[in-house]
Design a protein around this ligand. Structure first.
Ligand SMILES: [Ca+2]
Ligand SMILES: [Ca+2]
Ligand SMILES: [Ca+2]
Ligand SMILES: [Ca+2]
Length: 261
């Protein structure tokens, strides 16, 4: 039996919730001339997976075989092979090792789609952390994309982009996994308060001091296009004043609490 599945997290393991890919082509080669080897002209059968991502080849026990899995339509890459110790849930494709019918572990091949991540740096003129109508994009801002470590810290640098004339950026062809964005605020600008409001598509996602975002876990084919940063300049006097007032009010409350103990 051959199985083809969508490896949502691209880890090479058939995890719970990952489903078969229907309509995938699997080619079986067998040792037709009996020389103990498999050659390219020994195609024995071409199958197309069913709704559960499976196709069954039936041969006599002991028949020497090999399978190749064709990249399914709409998919971008094959999973890593032979990950982990559990041979019943790993990936053997897109070209398997030689095997013998009746003596083989289950044969499967995982595939995934690339993910995307973007999308905008904008001039947050009123410094409220929201992309309001009329607030323009900011060109020329450096945006770095990192793999996230297991501790949720930036690891290897995946790529760097510069926002275009509309303030937009977009990372494509990303293998599913955990990522962190770091925006580099230009000199003379300040980063807007993040996570304002309930509409993620129009708020800012970068920490005000570091320009870093939280970890984004991207799965097969995901398009995460709401990773934004607002920038403002010191000349927005009105907002500077209100920020100072808020801070001094908080400070006074704390002082009173301490004084009462
Ligand atoms: Ca997986
Ligand atoms: Ca042969
Ligand atoms: Ca705004
Ligand atoms: Ca956002």
């Amino acid at each position: 039996m051959a199985k083809v599945w969508e490896d949502l997290n691209a880890n090479g393991i058939q995890d719970a919730g990952e489903r078969g890919i229907a309509g995938a082509t699997v080619t079986l080669f067998t040792d037709r001339n009996g020389d103990g080897q498999i050659s390219a002209n020994e195609v024995s059968e071409v199958g197309v997976t069913d709704a559960t991502g499976e196709y069954i080849f039936t041969r006599n026990s002991g028949t020497l075989g090999q399978m190749t899995f064709t990249l399914p339509p709409g998919y971008d890459a094959a999973s890593p092979r032979h990950v982990g110790a559990n041979k019943s849930v790993d990936s053997d494709g897109p070209t398997t090792d030689l095997f013998r019918f009746g003596q083989s572990d289950p044969i499967a091949s995982g595939f995934f789609k690339f993910a995307k991540l973007g999308d905008r740096v904008w001039n947050d003129t009123n410094a409220d952390g929201i992309q309001d109508p009329g607030e323009t994009g900011r060109a020329g801002v450096t945006v770095e994309l990192y793999q996230a470590t297991v501790d949720g810290e930036p690891g290897a640098l995946v790529g760097t982009q510069t926002t275009d004339a509309n303030g937009n950026y977009l990372f494509t062809q990303l293998t599913p996994g955990d990522y962190i964005v770091k925006f580099v605020a230009p000199d003379g600008t300040y980063i807007s308060p993040p996570y304002v409001g309930i509409d993620n598509s129009i708020n800012s996602d970068a920490e005000e001091t570091s320009g870093r975002t939280a970890v984004y876990t991207l799965t097969s084919g995901q398009e995460e296009l709401a990773v934004d940063m607002g920038l403002y300049v010191t000349t927005s006097v009105k907002d500077e004043v209100s920020l100072c007032e808020d801070r001094s009010a908080t400070f006074n409350v704390l002082t009173n609490d301490i004084g009462m103990r």
